[in-house]
Write a protein that binds this ligand. Structure first.
Ligand SMILES: N[C@@H](CCC(=O)N[C@@H](CS)C(=O)NCC(=O)O)C(=O)O
Length: 172
């Protein structure tokens, strides 16, 4: 796996309300979560999107964040960035392992089946219950996957167990 001596540089949205704080950009948060998950050091450069500085527009004429510097090149778009990070730093991989990909995947459809059902004996309630029980068993064996934290707005947010509860939780 590639190792890093210097922190990666990443341009992120600055808060519009709190000076020198991270803003509420989900694309940026996605990339920061990826960096945290892969335990990669990074330096954030806060960008005021209402008043974009010249240096930022030179890096990314499109004027969007996040943008990250990888191998001396600036890359934009959270899809492209997370993919590039996963290729360059494969551990831990971002993709869900195939044997775990189906966990809970039928809960929504069985819930809809249950909601739409007009026949109390058509088994849709049992199908939903089975899905919930098997997901519950999965979490018992593999979890806890998330802990609940209160952010600065007082909202409860799920937070991956493996990640540190850093400054940027306040922006979620
Ligand atoms: N498809 C891009 C979307 C990035 C995006 O739209 N970022 C917003 C901030 S959340 C932005 O930079 N908007 C430019 C602006 O507000 O001028 C990605 O996935 O990174």
């Amino acid at each position: 796996m590639a190792a890093l001596s210097d922190p990666l540089e990443i341009c992120v949205k600055a808060s519009v309300t709190v000076p020198n704080k991270l803003g509420d950009c989900p694309f940026t948060q996605r990339v920061l979560l990826t960096l945290e998950e892969k335990n990669l050091p990074y330096d954030t450069k806060l960008v005021d999107l209402a008043n974009k500085p010249e240096w930022f527009l030179k890096i990314n004429p499109e004027g969007k964040v996040p943008v990250i510097k990888l191998d001396e090149k600036w890359i934009g778009d959270s899809d492209a960035i997370t993919q590039a990070l996963d290729e360059k730093f494969p551990e831990p991989p971002l993709a869900t392992p195939p044997e775990k990909a189906s966990a809970g995947s039928k809960i929504f459809s069985s819930f809809i089946g249950f909601l739409k059902s007009k026949d109390p004996n058509d088994g849709t309630d049992e199908a939903l219950l089975n899905e919930l029980v098997s997901f519950n068993d999965y979490i018992k064996e593999n979890g806890p996957l998330y802990q609940w934290r209160t952010n600065f707005c007082g909202r409860l947010v799920p937070w991956p167990k493996t990640l540190p509860y850093g400054d940027f939780i306040g922006t979620l």
